[in-house]
Unconditional design. Structure first.
Length: 69
């Protein structure tokens, strides 16, 4: 059930995408009402970033969580 809650929390977040020639940054806005869930999400995003995901054209994807820690 916790994974389902994390996924629901993730899809409810707002955010922005910044794109350069070499990188696409997906910046999600932290939900301050769910600090424990946001810490788990931050760990998950760090793990995701460790895979060094690139699209077919070689552009790197970077996931961030903005707001207070």
């Amino acid at each position: 059930m916790e994974l389902q809650t994390l996924i629901q929390s993730f899809f409810m977040l707002s955010g922005t995408i910044t794109e350069t020639e070499n990188e696409r940054t997906i910046n999600l806005t932290r939900n301050e009402k769910e600090p424990e869930m946001m810490e788990k999400l931050a760990l998950g995003l760090n793990a995701l970033n460790s895979f060094n995901i690139n699209n077919i054209n070689g552009k790197k994807y970077l996931f961030q969580l903005s707001g207070n820690n």
